[in-house]
Design a protein. Structure first.
Length: 492
């Protein structure tokens, strides 16, 4: 049955398609094949989540070798949700990519771009499917190497330096993670996550285990762009082609966050987090990210860079939920993991529509464009309200649960940080709206028309999703609470 092979198919299909796409002739055939692959992956990921909700976790033994001796793909509701986010965003990005990539990427590099895109998709999906901690490193390298290539395709020279900076930081993160894996393996003799979960409770007093845990956390903190290890992210998002920014902003950090949750609550025993300063460090990092990155966003003159700093702040909210180390806190983190993909995907798509029309996204270049491009402007307003956390939007649901989690522990400083962060978001989203609608139209923009439907349609799918999941929380909250039960996070 196909249900028994879903986890393998999600990795194999884009992996096999990537080299085929890369060697196809110029034209729209590479785009079309990539589009088909992403829609197939999204359908398989949806089927996988539905199957797991009905029947429980799926385990696939590669080569017929039983775990822990062989590599196991093990999928429960948490990684099934993340796989759906990754494949769903990819499927929505590809229709958008047809015109956007043709505008921003040289024609002769288009097939290579789509090949690298599929490799990145393979790596991210592989991380969500595998139950082997060393395999996480392998897929991390696949996604990272392809991401460096994708970012370097940006039109400006800074794209190359941004890709190089990301390469250095990504390599450091992967190296730290691999050292952590080696240290843990030296004490347990296994790499299977479920096997590690059985063996580590007896070894948590060992300094080698604590050191390995620290290396694992720092490694993926770099990949997550967790404050203060976030310095690669603003440049990468700003100078990458818009399609790449959309995809990475909505997926890559979510996958990194998933790995941290998996290590914290599946690989290591639940009491381990509370017995170390890990929770406090996450809270401090989260608060610092929310406040400092939001302040930085206010003073940006490039809209993509503004939204990039906003992403660092939003990662802070998720880190804060992890740091609270309670069922409600982790529930809020998982809800925001899903909702942030919707809101930031919609915002970057809308900004990409502006870039498609005028070739720039600096504040002084977009004056008055809101009246010229009303549908694009509307998308920015609604997605921006969701980012702020206005009731009736998906962003409000995330912040509401995060505030409840903080109040449960009387963490009033965390509550204040959430509120101040939302007010700062009003300021920087207000700056964009002011430039688009309340400034006089620049003479060079008088002839600008609304973006093509191929750009607007996926943008508004995400905008409508922001409203729908803000009004109907059955899916997001239900999945998040189910995932927390699977992780075994204790209530406080």
């Amino acid at each position: 049955m196909i249900q028994n092979n879903l986890s393998l198919l999600l990795v194999v299909i884009p992996l096999v398609a990537a080299p085929i796409v890369a060697i196809l002739p110029r034209g729209r055939l590479p785009w079309f094949l990539t589009l088909v692959v992403t829609f197939v992956c999204a359908a398989l990921a949806g089927m996988q989540l539905w199957t797991i909700m009905a029947n429980g976790a799926i385990s696939y033994e590669l080569g017929g070798w039983a775990p822990p001796w062989g590599i196991e793909y093990r999928v429960d509701v948490l990684n099934a949700l993340v796989a759906l986010i990754v494949s769903g965003v990819a499927a929505l990005t590809l229709p958008y990519a047809l015109l956007s990539a043709e505008k921003e990427i040289p024609e002769h590099q288009i097939p290579l771009f789509y090949g690298a895109f599929l490799l990145c998709l393979t790596g991210l999906l592989g991380i969500t499917q595998t139950g082997d901690i060393f395999n996480v490193f392998v897929f991390l390298e696949i996604s990272s190497l392809s991401s460096y290539a994708l970012i370097s395709l940006g039109r400006q020279r800074q794209a190359l330096t941004s890709a190089y900076q990301y390469l250095i930081m990504g390599t450091l993160g992967a190296t730290f993670f691999l050292i952590g894996v080696g240290l843990i393996y030296s004490q347990t003799g296994t790499l299977n996550m479920m096997d590690l979960a059985q063996r580590l409770p007896e070894l948590t007093g060992l300094k080698t285990v604590h050191t390995g845990f620290a290396f694992l956390m720092i490694g993926f903190a770099l990949e997550l762009a967790l404050f203060p290890l976030h310095l690669w992210l603003p440049n990468a998002y700003t100078y990458a082609p818009t399609v790449v920014t959309i995809f990475l902003a909505a997926t890559a950090t979510k996958v990194a966050l998933y790995v941290m949750l998996r290590i914290l609550y599946t690989v290591f025993p639940n009491g381990f987090v509370s017995s170390t300063p890990t929770g406090d460090l996450f809270v401090l990092s989260g608060i610092a990210a929310i406040l400092s990155a939001s302040f930085y966003a206010i003073y940006q003159v490039n809209v993509k860079r503004l939204l990039a700093y906003s992403s660092v702040a939003q990662i802070g909210y998720m880190a804060l939920g992890i740091g609270l180390a309670s069922a409600k806190g982790v529930t809020a983190t998982i809800i925001h993991l899903f909702n942030h993909a919707l809101m930031k995907g919609a915002l970057f798509m809308a900004v990409g529509a502006i870039i498609y029309r005028i070739g720039a996204c600096r504040m002084d270049n977009i004056h008055g464009l809101g009246r010229q491009m009303p549908w694009t402007f509307g998308a920015i307003v609604i997605a921006g309200l969701s980012l702020i956390g206005v009731p009736g939007t998906a962003g409000f649901v995330s912040k509401w649960y995060l505030v409840l989690a903080a109040l449960e522990q009387q963490a009033f400083i965390s509550v204040a940080a959430i509120m101040v962060g939302s007010l700062l978001a009003v300021v920087y989203i207000g700056k964009i709206i002011e430039a688009l609608y309340f400034k006089p139209v620049a003479e060079a923009n008088l002839a600008v028309k609304e973006a093509p439907m191929l750009l607007l349609t996926p943008t508004w799918v995400l905008v409508i999703a922001n409203i729908y999941f803000g009004l109907n929380t059955t899916f997001t909250v239900g999945i998040a609470e189910h995932a927390v039960r699977v992780l075994g996070v204790a209530a406080k």
